[in-house]
Design a protein around this ligand. Structure first.
Ligand code: KIV
Length: 272
């Protein structure tokens, strides 16, 4: 059944946990959708896992739209959320609405996500008023890495806990249908989950959140040498894929691939 922002509201009321995965292309979008996840996020983590960049700051609107469009072709049931990249919404409210609109018109997403709290509440309100659902994102907000001084757990001190709670509430009051809570202590995430009437979707925020999101590369171990502490690895895909690639190269060199079953044969000539 098609998931919508209403399904997210209903899950908060019923206590059903929400599962969200990232995807960046058609083939993985199909697999993620078939798995039954509630939402698929085309994250600006695209910068790290697809483009090999050290942070998310250089991702453009055009890159995000390109990948969102590809993902949309593989999604039937999950809610498709496009992640607004750095400087696509911070500067002006009207710019934020226009760029959010591109995610729906060109990318075929059904919602957008943007990072920040009270400071971006006017943008969230205006985007929602334009008919575009918004997922908020508080805690570690990677687009603000230079202000935060690194990719660090947030909300450890009393002051920063209070600020985070204020930000989460401001995002909800501005009309967000859900809020990603990234890299905060589990007790603070539990507090935020109790405070908000929309679902919290945690990443590195403990089990009390209403849902969980992971970058799929972390879940399937696509980078054998990188495993964030908060992500559970369900598969060693990096090792499996690496072995398949080297088996292929070896068999080509040994003349074992292609075999007769992978080759086309001319029809036999009639005898006589
Ligand atoms: O860009 C992303 O993938 C995200 C998730 C980690 C929430 O923002």
């Amino acid at each position: 059944m098609k998931k919508t922002v209403r399904s997210f509201g209903e899950a908060k009321l019923s206590g059903a946990k929400l599962a969200v995965l990232t995807a960046y292309d058609y083939s993985v979008a199909r697999l993620a959708d078939a798995s039954g996840v509630d939402a698929i996020l085309v994250g600006d983590s695209l910068a790290n896992v697809v483009m090999g960049m050290p942070d998310t700051l250089s991702v453009t609107m055009d890159m995000m739209i390109h990948h969102t469009r590809a993902v949309s072709a593989g999604v039937e049931n999950a809610l498709l959320v496009g992640d607004m990249p750095f400087m696509s919404y911070q500067a002006t409210v009207s710019g934020a609405v226009e760029n959010a609109g591109r995610f729906l018109k060109e990318g075929r997403a059904q919602a957008v996500k943007l990072e920040g709290g009270e400071a971006v509440a006017p943008q969230i309100r205006a985007i929602v008023e334009a008919g575009i659902p918004v997922m908020g994102h508080v805690g570690l907000t990677p687009q603000s890495v230079n202000v935060l001084g690194g990719f660090k757990v947030q909300g450890k001190s009393g002051e920063s806990k209070r600020k985070l709670a204020g930000d989460a509430k401001a995002v909800e009051e501005a009309g967000a249908f859900a809020v990603v809570v990234e890299c905060v202590p589990d007790d603070l995430a539990a507090e935020l989950t109790g405070l908000l009437s929309v679902p919290t979707i945690g990443i590195g925020a403990g089990p009390a959140c209403d849902g969980q999101v992971l970058v799929y590369h972390d879940l399937i171990g696509l980078f054998p040498d990188y495993a964030p502490r908060f992500a559970k690895r369900y598969l060693n895909a990096g090792e499996l894929i690496g072995k398949a690639f080297s088996d292929f190269a070896r068999e080509v060199r040994e003349g074992k691939f292609p075999g007769p079953e992978h080759s086309f044969h001319s029809p036999e000539k009639p005898k006589g």
